[in-house]
Design a protein around this ligand. Sequence first.
Ligand SMILES: NC(=O)c1ccc[n+]([C@@H]2O[C@H](COP(=O)([O-])OP(=O)(O)OC[C@H]3O[C@@H](n4cnc5c(N)ncnc54)[C@H](O)[C@@H]3O)[C@@H](O)[C@H]2O)c1
Length: 364
Amino acid sequence: MPPHQPESMVAAIRQSPPVDVSVPYESAWVKGKTILITGGASGFGAGFVRHWAEQGATVVVGDINVEKGDVLAREVRKETGNANVHFVHCDVTDWQSQVNLFREAARLSPHGGIDTVVANAGIAGADAMQRPQGMTDAEPPKPNFKIMDVNCTGVMYTAHLAYYWLPRNSGSDACSMDSQPGTTCRDRHLLLVGSIASLAPIAAQPQYGAAKHAVLGLFRSLRATSHPQGIRVNLILPYFIDTPIVTLGARVVLAGGAMGKVEDVVDAATRFVADSRILGRSLVIGPKVTLKQLDNGEWDLVAKGTPGSRETALWEPYAEDWEDVDAFDRNIVKVLNAVQAARGWIGWATDIVKAVGYGLGFGR
Ligand SMILES: NC(=O)c1ccc[n+]([C@@H]2O[C@H](COP(=O)([O-])OP(=O)(O)OC[C@H]3O[C@@H](n4cnc5c(N)ncnc54)[C@H](O)[C@@H]3O)[C@@H](O)[C@H]2O)c1
């Protein structure tokens, strides 16, 4: 075995610097983008649809709830005057249903491509892992793993299809932290929706916790290997936020504590969608807190109005995990970069052959 040689891969995976949420961005930068949102009929998704449609994006919602999705699309079209807001029935656990959603989104897109995919659909609730049924039977019955199906397999299908469609967004360039947001709407962006349950244990919801940890793992892996396709991958990690997914039981347990706000989730997601310079980053969204930076660089919770403090609901976790990697990750990333560079030379050689052929009268 070669000795362990930690090495920073931040530049090699084209990861942008940590997100500074005090730096402003323009929501208007989403104008003209075609955005596909799974589970967009309710909660965060509905918040994204309204805000991005107001800014002039084309929004295609795929949701299992036909009634809510249809009403939302009709309402938002009427309220915003933006005709490019569409609902398509989709069950994210059904591969063919997601294939149809992506195909339909490209067909409805005014420019024929998809710029951003938001893997948002999710469920919570009674967990078969927590309360196994029928364990006294001679043979245990097959458990209901619907939460894993929607929150993990459904997200994997969405990510897989995003990796098919985003590089086919003709007119888009490979994502880059040197891009100039607002100058072109074209993008190749996958925004994953995790949870605080991606980072911390969640009692009584083992499937939900496992699925959301899987989303975090997907993000941390994909962000290292997405640059050959020119795709940027980001992640939002909301704390408990007041939407229909928060069960009555959870509301009772949370009584007296703070919940986050949908508007802050919309803010975090809009920053990622709008600012094409952000590559491979994540933001936690919690209740608003007042923070002050100490002399040692650490942040401390302080009373509202404390001089030098600022109020925020957002902060970035896992900012450093590609700064020191092991030999396996280092070698994989180097191979990917070498393949990409080689493709570049092949592309150049192909163009030269074409140019010579053209000069000789072929293909005119
Ligand atoms: N609200 C919170 O406290 C919170 C916190 C962290 C993460 N999240 C995550 O945010 C995402 C959105 O949740 P929300 O809070 O807006 O909840 P929500 O219940 O309001 O919205 C979820 C949407 O997903 C749709 N959906 C469910 N199953 C589906 C399926 N099989 N196919 C297609 N669509 C399906 C629902 O119809 C609904 O419109 C979820 O992934 C959730 O896990 C929510």
